[in-house]
Design a protein around this ligand. Structure first.
Ligand SMILES: [Zn+2]
Length: 283
């Protein structure tokens, strides 16, 4: 699958994601003085491809990197980058847990068996690296608690740790002048668990925090940038699902019936999946 560099504005470009290897979007935000790379990629090869496509298209190379959360597909690329890297203190702590891991098949299988790793990621790691598991976890050089503002020159990026079910350390990046909110994976469920799930409490807390940002574009790492209207629709669905799971104590059939009557139409597969994740989150 070919990855493409998409130019969103004269300041912002991104490399499209890849499904089977779980490569997320990599983005560059260019100010008058500095260029920030958002997320480092799932491998050195991924990070290097991004730098090459920027270079080939005559765009400035990043002199700073920020990672959104500790998951492998967002951080393994740091090993290929020589520029300062920024992450929340919690992200660094979670990354420290990974530094001694081995990544051969046996070690991956063992961690999947003990629940430290999940099959989904082990499969994607095999797909990305094949037999060449030259993986090195490089820790971020600059850390922050809660929030950090990076002035790129005429463009301001606010890094805000919002948490989420998906990863407690999750940080979003708000590019103020461009009215763009880089969401990373915050709209995805918790995957490092026996069943993938959302909780009503974390979801509502997250959505309230995201509401503080005035954005026209929202970037979902394993999908694409979406409009404000699309984001609001997704957020409304998550809020509705959070209230349904509470009202019906996780009874999936009742949740489905109620959401379907709320929309006055049959539910889409995506909508049903979200309800399933919320039902899964009820202990
Ligand atoms: Zn993730």
């Amino acid at each position: 699958m070919t990855q493409q560099l998409i130019t969103l504005s004269n300041r912002i470009s991104y490399l499209t994601p890849v499904g089977p290897t779980d490569r997320p979007i990599l983005m560059s935000v260019t100010g008058d003085r500095h260029t920030l790379m958002i997320d480092s990629g799932n491998s050195k090869a991924h990070a290097e491809l991004f730098l090459k496509t920027l270079k080939d298209t005559g765009k400035p190379l990043p002199d700073l990197t920020a990672v959104t959360h500790w998951h492998w597909d967002h951080i393994f690329g740091l090993a290929a980058l020589s520029v300062p890297s920024i992450a929340s203190e919690d992200t660094k702590k979670a990354m420290e847990e990974l530094t001694d891991f081995k990544w051969d098949d046996e070690s991956l299988d063992e961690r999947v068996a003990t629940g430290v790793e999940i099959q989904f990621c082990a499969d994607a790691i095999r797909e990305e690296f094949k037999e060449q598991r030259d993986i090195e976890v490089v820790l971020p050089s600059v850390t922050f608690e809660d929030e950090l503002t990076v002035d790129l020159g005429g463009v301001t990026c606010v890094l805000k740790q919002v948490g989420s079910d998906h990863a407690k350390d999750s940080t979003v990046v708000y590019v103020k002048e461009e009215k763009l909110l880089f969401l990373g994976d915050v709209t995805a469920p918790l995957m490092y668990a026996p069943v993938w799930h959302f909780t009503a409490e974390e979801t509502l807390k997250l959505l309230d925090q995201l509401d503080q940002f005035d954005a026209d574009t929202y970037v979902i790492s394993h999908y694409k940038p979406i409009s404000k209207a699309e984001y609001q629709q997704e957020a409304a669905l998550l809020r509705k699902a959070a209230s349904l799971v509470t009202d019906y104590q996780g009874d999936l059939e009742q949740m489905k019936a109620e959401l379907s009557s709320h929309y006055d139409r049959p539910l889409s597969e995506d909508e049903i999946e979200i309800l399933v994740y919320f039902a899964n989150g009820v202990a």
